[in-house]
Ligand binder design. Structure first.
Ligand code: GLP
Length: 250
């Protein structure tokens, strides 16, 4: 694992965007695995700036997103399809038909998971998979559990995730209780994984994930077995790792 330690969110976003931009330049028809949440917003803004400056061309890029809330249509302002359109896709020259997010309103969520998993298999491993991390160590919506789940699946969100994500909704009871998420299988098949973390709220999860045992109780800990992980964080989020003696640069 390579750890890029920066002073703050803006510097973390810039460093992580550079990794993503390098991938787009090196392989203009890359499959990018994308993530939502507040952590990657700055990275997306940097990519938009790169595209507007003429440095980045998204015309042959394909994207696969990690997850979607069950029950929210793509027009709902808290759906992850809406997030992606507004924070990235509407501002770059991507072919929207090549952007993929699981549907939150498919009549049969299990069938939608199977469709999405088949799509992931057809597209092949993501060239790079971007991940944020939940405060409980979740990736995508792979929540702490007593086993890892490999394929795309329907998940019951934990109370801590509902509470953490309530800040985006009018109240906690409006946060959907279920989601559809890529499993750890497709995440681990990605050729490279780029994790972005910022702020003291993530410090414990980062330490548990990368300096603790590999356990489904900390879903991100499976990344210790991935051969090419880049962890970009600010000092506040990486503090626990630094204390644990993990070597960092930046
Ligand atoms: C949600 C998403 C995750 C994201 C996490 C952290 O639960 N499903 O993919 O990593 O939130 O979000 P934030 O970056 O806002 O802390």
């Amino acid at each position: 694992m390579r750890v890029i330690c920066t002073n703050n969110y803006e510097a973390m976003s810039r460093a992580a965007a550079a990794v993503m931009a390098a991938q787009i330049i090196a392989k203009p028809d890359s499959v990018l695995g994308l993530a939502t949440g507040s952590s990657p917003i700055g990275l997306y803004q940097d990519l938009i700036a790169g595209c507007k400056a003429g440095d980045l061309d998204f015309s042959r890029i394909t994207t696969v997103n990690l997850d979607e809330y069950a029950g929210l249509p793509g027009t709902h302002d808290q759906s992850y399809r809406y997030f992606m359109d507004h924070n990235l896709f509407d501002h770059v020259n991507i072919d929207i038909a090549r952007t993929n997010v699981p549907s939150g309103v498919a009549p049969d969520p299990q069938a939608e998971c199977e469709r999405y998993e088949a799509l992931l298999r057809k597209l092949g491993p993501a060239d790079i998979q971007l991940l944020g991390m939940g405060r409980n160590g979740h990736i995508g919506f792979n929540e702490p559990d007593d086993h890892f789940t490999a394929p795309t699946h329907v998940v019951e969100l934990t109370a801590s995730t509902i509470e953490a994500n309530a800040r985006f909704f009018a109240s906690a009871d409006q946060v959907p209780k279920k989601a559809l998420t890529m499993g750890v299988g497709a995440i681990m098949r990605a050729k490279r994984v780029l994790v972005v973390v910022s702020g003291p709220d993530k410090a414990q999860a980062v330490r548990d994930a990368f300096a603790g045992p590999i356990t489904p109780q900390v879903p991100a800990s499976i990344l210790q077995l991935h051969p090419d992980v880049v962890l970009a964080g600010d000092k506040a989020a990486l503090e626990g790792l630094i204390e644990a003696g993990v070597s960092v640069c930046g």
